[in-house]
Design a protein around this ligand. Sequence first.
Ligand code: SF4
Ligand code: SF4
Length: 137
Amino acid sequence: MPIILRAHHLLCFLGFRGAGYSKEFVENFERVYKSVYLENLPIKIVSFPDEICRCCPNLAATECKFEQKVKKYDAKVVELLKFYGLSDLENVLPSEAYSALKKVLPHQLESICRTCEWFALGFCKESFYRKDLWKNG
Ligand code: SF4
Ligand code: SF4
């Protein structure tokens, strides 16, 4: 079974520096990061709470506290993935998704999530300008 992953979390992996909302959140994030970003295990790209949200203190019942905002991030990432050739998001190799995202200009990626509280730290923005977004992409 593919790992369920919110679309915008593909971007969050790029700037991950071990920080997060809680100890449990970070441990879980690292586990999913390893499976998806490092091991390239198949994912299903969605726009609802996922394997990462599962351990997030911001998950209230079935939705993120910021669901309306993060759904917009997801929608923009999905739009870009489809524009750059990913038609089926049900069972995708992360390397395929990052291959598509590498074609997106860094400032377009920035514009997706500049309203996120983590954006001001600079890690995410910096990662969008890296040439090696994904080693297999
Ligand atoms: S700014 Fe927020 S949404 Fe965007 S990649 Fe970073 S942590 Fe994820
Ligand atoms: S802030 Fe919301 S979208 Fe982000 S990990 Fe937590 S529950 Fe998921």
